[in-house]
Design a protein around this ligand. Structure first.
Ligand code: 5GP
Length: 238
């Protein structure tokens, strides 16, 4: 694709959807890939808005026909990114954002190493558990057993942090939104796509914010999260 491919991954309950929605409403020129999934819609979700909800046989048929750029089994449901998301974004002259799990991100990175990878971490397991419980209460659908499963999976996902170029810790939502927007602006700037309305000072500020989120520079914030989740090897950076 001609534009930039942004990949954002986070353990379930990290507040990523809120972040992504805010990014989509604040930033222009960014298409969002609506994934296909075999899971049932939750709460107020709508067909074609959050996901394309399809049955397993349709999913498997699409997979056989090589319609997916990547696909993965997440909590016993299948999820996939359609290849046409790339061509559609290119047609619109836009960048593209994928909100996918660590398995899918790994598949996309192998095919498109130039993609920009962002990992969002919850600040602590306690905050993650609280967010998962609040969500399950609001939607009336997730059991305590599933919450424990998600916490376990969060730890495994967090172990993959060093595959990502940028890391955000979603502690204060407004800060995380600002950081995400700064990463988009910084990557665009580096490719010569300067926002016409941004002043030199704005750009300098955004570049500095994005720079602090690069994995190598973010470790001071990341190490306490790794420790809290019992991920022991913070030195495994590339
Ligand atoms: P949820 O069902 O809570 O919306 O999403 C569960 C997980 O599936 C999240 O980590 C989300 O990023 C991931 N996910 C959503 N769409 C896709 C996709 O198309 N591919 C992959 N690999 N993961 C996805």
């Amino acid at each position: 694709m001609a534009g930039i491919l942004f990949i954002i991954s986070a353990p379930s309950g990290s507040g990523k959807s809120t972040l992504v929605n805010q990014l989509r409403s604040d930033v222009s020129g960014l298409d969002f890939s609506i994934s296909y999934t075999t899971r049932e819609p939750r709460g107020s979700e709508q067909q074609g808005r959050e996901y394309h909800y399809i049955d397993r046989s349709t999913f498997e048929r699409m997979k056989r026909d090589n319609e997916f750029l990547e696909s993965a089994d997440v909590f016993d449901n299948l999820y996939g990114t359609a290849r046409h998301a790339l061509t559609d974004a290119a047609k619109h002259g836009n960048d593209l954002l994928l909100d996918i799990d660590v398995q899918g991100a790994d598949q996309v990175r192998r095919q498109m190493p130039e993609s920009v990878n962002i990992f969002v971490m919850p600040p602590t397991p306690e905050v993650l558990a609280m967010r998962l419980r609040n969500r399950s209460r609001a939607e009336g659908s997730i059991s305590e057993e599933k919450i424990q499963l998600r916490l376990k999976k969060a730890r495994v996902e967090i172990e993959n942090y060093n595959e990502y170029g940028y890391i955000l810790v979603n502690d204060v939502l407004d800060h995380a939104v600002e950081e995400l927007e700064a990463i988009v602006a910084s990557e665009r700037f580096q490719r010569g796509q300067q926002s016409r309305s941004a002043s030199g000072e704005d750009i300098k500020r955004l570049l500095a914010i994005a720079d602090r989120c690069r994995r190598g520079n973010a470790m001071e914030r990341v190490i306490p999260v790794l420790t809290a989740f019992g991920v022991a090897e913070p030195a495994r950076t590339r």
